[in-house]
Design a protein around this ligand. Sequence first.
Ligand code: M6R
Length: 366
Amino acid sequence: EKGGYDHFMIKEIFEQSKSIGDSMRGRLNAEAGHLQLGGLNQYLDRLVAAERIVIVGCGTSWHAGLVAEYLFEELARINVEVEYASEFRYRNPVIGKNDIVIAISQSGETADTLAAIELAKSKGATIFGVCNVVGSSIARATDAGAYTHAGPEIGVASTKAFTAQVTVLTLIAIATAKRKGTISEETYIQLLNELENIPEKVEQVFENAQKIKEIAFIFTYARNFIYLGRGLNFPVALEGALKLKEISYIHAEGYPAAEMKHGPIALIDEDMPVVFLATKDSSYEKIVSNIQEVKARKGRVIAIVTEGDSLIPPMVDFVIEVPKTHEILTPLVSVIPLQLLSYYIAVMRGRNVDQPRNLAKSVTVE
Ligand code: M6R
């Protein structure tokens, strides 16, 4: 069932060009200017009217929530708060009937996320679910939702579920923005077209697999890693660090690149690999300065750059190119090399990639 691959994780990584398409199937047709999520039809007006959205999740799903924060703010101009389900549920959160909660969960069985939903529900909030497993406890506990349709994810480290979550959240944000009138018709059509091109662009990222393997070989025995990104690539940095920790057991931290100077820069020396998400977007110039700051302290930089970038490659130790897309959709391509990097490092270290120590696929304990 691994389809000829050594591990489920690598199979699932390579499935993403298909699974992202599956998350959009029947929902999106750029040519017709059509975007509709069946499960949300009745609730779209509530999203349009919402003053605030609270997103809850854990782990990778929480990272997808952080991406969604940018999407809803940028496209639909809605204030978003992203909460770890476990923190939210044990506080006394200010939440009520005017709030919309979006719960994100691959398994749909995560105990903390389920408890956060029950708490928000008891206060009268409307709950949307973005789940992968059909009929799961979380899917059943929500008022409405959209399945991610990524297909079964077996590897403990979440990969295709993340890109499916981000895809579906992007669709919801665009649909809300369109109805609300916060994006132009032109941007709307452009985003739909770009979304349809994502599977092909993800496929192009796979062409770098061999190069990423070589980089993994060089850093197999690194003891620490830092991942840096800005804007939409900040959650991607967190996700890259989490993937590496989970399956290779290498200590890794993700940070917003601008936070470097407030502490983590003290860690930089010639033994510190730093992965930069440095795609050509609105924070490109700032990221370039951050790369210079790290290089000045002899850090070893692996940069994820946009195809054709000629400024960054001479500045850094290694580059991995990803195709250009609309800025809003960047995480869907920029996360792929990070998944591959962590996978190859873990394999080279002889780790049990699909079932890392101390972890379970769904965390049904509190
Ligand atoms: O099934 P869920 O999406 O609710 O799971 C949440 C986390 O437990 C999960 O994302 C975990 O962090 C993964 N192992 C990450 O790869």
